[in-house]
Design a protein around this ligand. Structure first.
Ligand SMILES: [Zn+2]
Length: 309
């Protein structure tokens, strides 16, 4: 069980180490052109993934080889996959620990986090998750949202949500903390890598960006009436929806959603809060993408820039 938990769900540790996160191609891209997996070997005894070769097909005839992947079927035609590395990545050198305020808050070193870690290590992510939530609430009260200690707990909570199959909540968390991990720990750090792996894994389980947007819309419709539009969980979900809408190629609605997220984040957290900075960064990214698109997209970006950036 530990061995399975050590990997990026649902892949085991050793299958995770020999592959990288990968998002399946959108099945409805071009008429006639598609992709198909061939072969089925090296079945893993821990996570039952198998190695398959992906080809681009035209009218079901393979025309070019894309690469080799570890695949786990998730029912029907859906699957999750990881791209196989020809040469496994070397373990990244441990970078210097960024300074944390944790040591000045002895009250935070309580039993809750340790128990959460013990349950997580034992593979009981369902019971670890509420403990991480309690621990995180205490951290966020005493420390900055992007203090290294807070980020570690935020990451664990996202991992636990992913492991329990709460993909919408996991995507919302990973999407928020990945830019913060990059800034605080660095892009090559192990924790950053875990977050990138986590969000890719959640996204590829859900499907393409459109499926992701649908899932996040449904989550928002469920959360917002009871929690209100300025609840942090609602804000996180709306930010994730804005990014999924962006990757689905709908720039104008994406910019609108991200503007709302930024406005609400400023109201709730303040203009310079780490979570507000992520909201601003997402809007910036959407505007940059829109600059190379249609006139409507460019105008939406220009309006958003005048208001917020
Ligand atoms: Zn495996």
């Amino acid at each position: 069980m530990n061995e399975v938990r050590g990997g990026v769900y649902p892949f085991c540790r050793s299958c995770t180490a020999s592959s990288v996160a990968w998002r399946a191609p959108d099945p409805n891209r071009l008429k006639g052109l598609g992709t198909h997996f061939y072969g089925h070997h090296d079945v893993c005894p821990h996570c039952s993934s198998s190695v398959r070769t992906l080809y681009v097909t035209f009218l079901w005839v393979p025309i070019s080889r894309v690469g080799r992947y570890r695949i786990i079927r998730t029912g029907g035609h859906s699957y999750v996959g990881r791209k196989l590395l020809q040469y496994p990545l070397p373990v990244t050198a441990p970078t210097e620990q960024p300074p944390s305020e944790f040591k000045n808050h002895p009250e935070l070193a309580d039993a809750t986090y340790e128990e959460a870690e013990a349950r997580w290590a034992a593979g009981d992510s369902a019971r670890a998750q509420p403990l991480y939530e309690t621990s995180l609430a205490a951290c966020e009260k005493a420390l900055k949202a992007d203090d290294p200690a807070t980020l570690r707990v935020r990451l664990r909570l996202a991992q636990a949500l992913l492991a329990t199959g709460d993909y919408g909540a996991a995507i919302a968390w990973f999407g928020l903390i990945t830019p913060q991990l990059v800034r605080v720990f660095g892009a090559g750090h192990e924790l950053t890598r875990i977050a990138i792996e986590g969000i890719t894994s959640a996204q590829s389980t859900v499907g393409g960006p459109q499926d992701e947007a649908k899932l996040l819309t449904a989550r928002l419709a469920k959360l917002e009436p009871s929690l209100g539009r300025t609840n942090p969980s609602v804000l996180r979900t709306r930010g994730a929806l804005g990014r999924a809408t962006l990757f689905a190629g709908q720039l104008v609605p994406s910019i609108q959603i991200l503007e709302t997220t930024l406005a609400d984040s400023i109201d709730v957290f303040g203009a310079n809060h780490p979570d507000t900075n992520v909201a601003r960064g997402s809007l910036q990214e959407a505007c940059e993408l829109a600059d190379s698109k249609s006139r409507k997209d460019r105008e939406a970006a220009a309006r958003a820039r005048r208001r917020w950036l």
